[in-house]
Every structure is written in structure tokens, then in C-alpha cells.
Design a protein around this ligand. Structure first.
Ligand code: NAP
Length: 558
């Protein structure tokens, strides 16, 4: 890796992409193939993004593998065979690495490098990007492919520094082996990550203690071998399947909902719930069309899950602690698990409700709660992420006046289409807040955003524009639109990482675009076809496109 020698100008690129996960890998390919000079910068030692970092036992995707893939090249889709209905982390990481190799993308990506700042220079119409290696680059466009759930919430329990065992985070699972076999293990956090890790770690630990703050709804994934016939069918017409996904609310396949719950009698309702349980996973968010807005229907679905827990978990007190009854089902992301509730029937697994028995501190040998002192060899923190803003803040993006990107977001993220924000020209946020984002199949949503950004750049080149940013009116009107469609949602009323609560008046803003990926695709396509209303394009001589970065790539990439 080279640093700029003293006195040497920043190395220029057309596009710098920060992050080499699903969105970043595809960005590098897309922009390069468009004839732009592109540099990817990734903090990890390899590509993969969240699938590089989240390598905890049990990590697997909760979207069906058949749809959790790239569709831009039919041959790639045909050649790659997932083995399971829901691919496990090692398979997804191998897939992303394969894509990077197959399309010769690695030479455009600088690994093990963190961006320390990116500042817009209004004089040159470029971002000046610096890294922790001391490199300096300039770029016409900056693409944030850093993900919405990548900046982990750090454990800040008192006494953690005293712990003499090993502590790890699911979101940054170490590459070196974490010895869990025969060990006394604690897991703190029972969101999607904690749920998946619990089932796997219980199989190998001598003792697993799960510390639960909120009982969550966990639906069985119903994982199994991949249906290779289904794969072959899709592989025979990849383009049609991609088009089909563009018309789906989640950018993925789910069985149709059954319509209003009130249209059915109790027996029919039960049959429908049984069918969705048997299908598994996120389909349970859409058993009935009104479960996200009608509390009566929601309670029907939630009570079905609670009854399942009562049936599965043998110890009544443990079952009772696991019952999710503090929020409506689906108002936080449901967990998708494998034998999650069954795991609490194992002799080596204990559940602690930290509302009743709070963690007071971490000690040298384990965890002290208000009533007991427990010894552990390993503590696993599964505490979630600083969603949406964490990774943007980390990159230290500034406008021409040194103002940071999220500084003006104290009343929630301020974006147009979740793709761009005001005052930061030529900055694209992939799957940002205001787009379907974490509600959609993330690989599909990332590709849609990259294609959209690439089309905007092509449009600019065609018309001689140097700069693009959304107008204030377009941002305000988009935010109003998102607020309007979020208004009736039960999930807006529940604290979780998708909801921004305003500090001054307690009002609540749902951050992702909730009308469906399909509705979003329709809307963004209309905007595109109308010549990008809401985007302000500027031109001057100074920001003209640079291809010279392509030459420099050899000097900075592995
Ligand atoms: P999460 O859903 O935010 O869960 C964090 C957990 O940590 C919650 O149980 C939370 O309790 C608990 N927690 C936080 N601070 C705590 C504290 N100080 N003391 C005790 N408990 C604390 O995070 P996640 O599980 O990493 O999942 C985040 C998202 O990542 C998911 O919604 C999903 O979108 C994605 N994900 C996807 C997959 C997949 O595809 N299969 C897997 C993992 C993650 P409270 O609920 O009380 O706050």
C-alpha cells in the first residue's frame, strides 16, 4: 500500500466507495464498468462487510438465499449453489469473496484502511478523503456503502476491564478462534444476533447463561437444504426473477398475506397462522394484512407465538420469562431462529431476566447481578448497533464549512429518497434512512441504489453537470411523505433502532421507508423518468471528470 509522498497531490478518482460489503462490492464493479475510476476503501482485512465481521456461531441470513444474491450476471447466479435455504455466514462471506475475485474487483479495493475524514471542497467540487494510513485522495463522488447496522454498540458495563476471561461482540467476532467448547458462557442481548448465537453456543458450551432485557418474538427459520430445482428454475431466467423481486414489498419472496384477520373465523385464522409458522421467518410479519396497524389482529398473531412458547418451553417460569408481551409483534424486527425456544429446555442453559435481576457489574470472574455472582469464561455481547448514523459519523464526513453529515439530523435523518442529503453534494448513501433500507432484502436494495446512483452520474456526464444534491423542498416533501405513511404503524410507537425519538417533544420518526420496496422502486423510477426532479444539478469547468485515477489504482491497491 502506498501513501502519498510528501508534497504529492491527493490521488484523484471519479468515485470513492467506503465499505466493501454487499453494496460496496457491487458499487466498485458498477462504477468501474461505467468507465469511471473507482477506489473502494474497507476497514476490514477482507471484503464482506457485515458478513466479514458478524462471524459469530449461528450467524446466518434471515432472507432466503434464493433471493439473497446478485442478479446482475445470470452466469454468476447459475454457477453459485447455496446449500441451505438460509445461507450461513461462512457461505455468504465465501460468495462475496468469490464475486470480488470473479470480477477482478480486489485491485480497486484498499483493505485494512479506515477513512478518517472526507471533506467537500467547494473550489474543486471534490471530496478530499484521508485515511488512517496517511493517504489522501480526492474524488468527484463519494459513495457510503458502510451499511446501516455496522457500527456496534459498545458494552459499557462497569467493571468490564476487570474481567479476566475473554469477552467478544457478535458484531465484531474475532477472526482468531474463540474457545467456547466446554466453557461457561454468558450472552447479553437477545436481538437477532443473540438469538442465533444462543442456539449454537448452547450446543458446545458447558453452561450458557442468557441475559435478557426484552423478550422478543422469535419465529423458526424452518431452515433446511436449498431447493435446487427452485434454484435451477430461477437460474433459467434470472432477469425475470429480478423483475419479480422489484415488485415485492420486501424485495424478497414471501407468501401472500391472507387479507384482514376479521374475514376469518377462529379455526381458519389458526390454520393460516399454522401455515405461516410452518413456512417460517419473516413471513410471520405478513400473516394478515392488518397486523401492523390493527392492535386486535396484532394481538391474535402475538398470542399465537406466545402459545407456541408455552407449548415448547417445559419450565413454566422460563417460558413465562420468554413471553414477548411488552410490544406488538413486528414492531421490532422479529428474530428468525433455529430451535431458539427449544434451547431453553437444555440442562446447560439458564435464562436471567435482567429487569428482575439487573446486572450490577462485570467482575474479574464473571457477572454480578443484584442477587447473585456468576462465573464465566467467556462473555458474548450482542447489544446491537448505532443504526443509520454510526458508520456515517465514523467516516467524519464534512461539508465545505466543516459541518458534519449527521449534525443536522437531531430530528431524524434528513434525506431525499434515503439516497442523498442536503448540503453534501455528490454524496450517495446506499440504503440510507428514508429508503426501504433495513426493511428490505439488503442485497437487492443495495443494487437498486447503486444502479440509481450510477444512472445519476451518467445523466450528469451526459449533460455536463459536476454537482448534484437534493433541494430543500424535495427533502422536506420526502420526509413528509415518509412520515405520512408511517403514521398508522404500530412499529412507530415502539422504541427500537428504526425509530428516532425527538429529544425536545418526544415525537417519533420512523426512519426507513415503510410503504414497501416495490413502492419505492416505482417512485424512484418515476423520478428518474421525469429527469430527476428534486435533484439540483450544477456545472462548472473545475469539477470535470478525471480518468487519471485509474492509473493511480495500481499504486494503492493490493
Ligand atoms: P438488536 O436487535 O438491537 O438487539 C440488541 C439486544 O441487546 C437487545 O436484546 C437489547 O435489549 C440488548 N441490549 C442492548 N443494550 C443492552 C444493555 N445495556 N443491557 C442488556 N441488554 C442490552 O441487535 P442485533 O441482535 O445485533 O440485531 C440488529 C439487526 O441486525 C437485526 O434487527 C437485523 O436487522 C440485523 N441482523 C440480521 C441477522 C440476519 O440476517 N439473520 C442476524 C443478526 C442481525 P432491548 O431489546 O431491551 O433493547
Amino acid at each position: 500500500m502506498s501513501s502519498n509522498p510528501p508534497g504529492v497531490e491527493p490521488i484523484p478518482f471519479d468515485v470513492i466507495v467506503i465499505g466493501a460489503g454487499m453494496g460496496g462490492i457491487y458499487s466498485v464493479k458498477k462504477f468501474r464498468d461505467q468507465g469511471l475510476s473507482v477506489l473502494g476503501i474497507e476497514g476490514a482485512e477482507d471484503v464482506g462487510g457485515v458478513w466479514f465481521h458478524n462471524r459469530y456461531p449461528g450467524a446466518r441470513v434471515d432472507i432466503e438465499s434464493i433471493a439473497y444474491a446478485y442478479f446482475f450476471d445470470p452466469d454468476l447466479y447459475k454457477e453459485w449453489h447455496w446449500t441451505e435455504r438460509y445461507a450461513a455466514q461462512p457461505d455468504i462471506l465465501a460468495y462475496l469473496q468469490h464475486v470480488a475475485d470473479r470480477y477482478d474487483l480486489r485491485r480497486h479495493i484498499q483493505l485494512a484502511t479506515w477513512v478518517t475524514s472526507a471533506k467537500w471542497d467547494a473550489a474543486t467540487h471534490r471530496y478530499l478523503v484521508t485515511t488512517d494510513r496517511g493517504d489522501q485522495y480526492s474524488t468527484r463522488f463519494l459513495v457510503m456503502a458502510t451499511g446501516q447496522l455496522s457500527k456496534a454498540r459498545k458494552p459499557n458495563f462497569p467493571g468490564l476491564d476487570d474481567f479476566t476471561g475473554r469477552w467478544v461482540q457478535t458484531s465484531h467476532w474475532p477472526s482468531d478462534p474463540v474457545e467456547l467448547e466446554g466453557k461457561r458462557v454468558a450472552i447479553i442481548g437477545t436481538g437477532s444476533s443473540g438469538v442465533q448465537a444462543t442456539s449454537e453456543i448452547a450446543k458446545i458450551a458447558s453452561q450458557l447463561t442468557v441475559f435478557q432485557r426484552t423478550a422478543n418474538y422469535v419465529i423458526p427459520a424452518q431452515n433446511g437444504p436449498m431447493d435446487q430445482e427452485q434454484h435451477a428454475n430461477i437460474a433459467s431466467d434470472v432477469k425475470s426473477y429480478w423483475d419479480y423481486l422489484q415488485g415485492e414489498a420486501g424485495g424478497s419472496y414471501f407468501p401472500a398475506d391472507a387479507g384482514l384477520a376479521a374475514n376469518y373465523g377462529p379455526e381458519e385464522q389458526r390454520r393460516i397462522l399454522d401455515e405461516h409458522w410452518a413456512f417460517g421467518g419473516h413471513a410471520f410479519n405478513r400473516v394478515f394484512s392488518d397486523q401492523g396497524v390493527n392492535m386486535e389482529t396484532n394481538t391474535l398473531v402475538a398470542e399465537y407465538v406466545r402459545n407456541k412458547i408455552r407449548e415448547i418451553v417445559k419450565d413454566p417460569e422460563t417460558a413465562n420469562t420468554l413471553l414477548p408481551n411488552t410490544y406488538p409483534i413486528g414492531s421490532k424486527r422479529i428474530g428468525v431462529g433455529t430451535d431458539y425456544y427449544e434451547t431453553f429446555n437444555r440442562d446447560n442453559v439458564t435464562l436471567i431476566d435482567i429487569n428482575k435481576d439487573p446486572i450490577e457489574r462485570i467482575t474479574a470472574t464473571g457477572v454480578k447481578t443484584s442477587t447473585q455472582e456468576l462465573e464465566f469464561d467467556v462473555i458474548v455481547f450482542a447489544l446491537g448497533f448505532t443504526a443509520f448514523t454510526g458508520s456515517l459519523d465514523q467516516a467524519n464526513i464534512q461539508n465545505e464549512n466543516g459541518k458534519h453529515l449527521t449534525e443536522a439530523w437531531d430530528r431524524g435523518a434528513s434525506t431525499y429518497l434515503g439516497l442523498m442529503t442536503g448540503g453534501f453534494p455528490n454524496l450517495f448513501l446506499l440504503t440510507g434512512p428514508g429508503s426501504p433500507s433495513v426493511l428490505a432484502n439488503m442485497i437487492v436494495a443495495n443494487v437498486q441504489h447503486v444502479d440509481y446512483a450510477a444512472d445519476i452520474i451518467a445523466f450528469m456526464d451526459e449533460h455536463g453537470y459536476d454537482t448534484v444534491q437534493p433541494t430543500r423542498e424535495a427533502i422536506d416533501s420526502w420526509l413528509a411523505h415518509v412520515a405520512e405513511i408511517s403514521e398508522p404503524l404500530l412499529r412507530r410507537q415502539v422504541d427500537n433502532y428504526m425509530v428516532h425519538v425527538n429529544k425536545d417533544d418526544g415525537s417519533r420518526i420512523f426512519q426507513p421507508y415503510p410503504a414497501g420496496y416495490n413502492a419505492y422502486v416505482k417512485r424512484t423510477t418515476e423520478i428518474q423518468q421525469a429527469g430527476y426532479p428534486g435533484f439540483d444539478f450544477g456545472s462548472s469547468e473545475i469539477g470535470s471528470r478525471s480518468n487519471d485515477g485509474a492509473v493511480a489504482i495500481a499504486g494503492v491497491a493490493k
